[in-house]
Write a protein of this length. Structure first.
Length: 135
């Protein structure tokens, strides 16, 4: 059961239960306090699975877990949508994406109707949020 929950968390960004969230946040005391008898016995294997199979950006601290859960989920319908790059408060348009990055065009000489012909910058999902087009 825990493996399926961890895979859904890693692949679909579905929040895990309290025990697994504590494990992902690297909070041993909280994890042990929330674990049932089966998860207490499985804790070593759960930690080994997290370490060996989950992306390093999604576990290790409460901040990493929060960023992972709040990261932008992009589909093919979002190509061309406007996003805000939070670290620099800069707007751009989604050109493409893969399993690791969203490729965003931030500068195109204000020729936004032709943004597809400009290079997209590989951007971490957790640094982006959808926004309205600039006026």
């Amino acid at each position: 059961m825990w493996k399926e929950s961890l895979d859904k968390y890693a692949n679909e960004r579905v929040p895990p239960g309290g025990f697994l969230q504590a494990v992902l946040e690297n909070n041993l005391m909280e994890a042990m306090g929330r674990a049932d008898e089966f998860n207490r016995v499985a804790l070593f294997n759960i930690c080994k699975y997290v370490y060996n199979n989950l992306p390093v950006d999604c576990h290790g601290s409460p901040e990493k877990v929060k960023r992972w859960l709040n990261a932008l989920i992009v589909t093919s319908n979002d190509i061309g949508c406007w996003v805000l790059y939070r670290p620099k408060n800069e707007k751009g348009r989604i050109k493409s994406y893969n399993d690791k990055f969203v490729f965003v065009v931030f500068k195109c000489d204000d020729n936004w109707n032709d943004y597809q012909n400009y290079t997209g910058c590989a951007t971490r999902r957790e640094d982006l949020e959808f926004t309205e087009a600039p006026i």
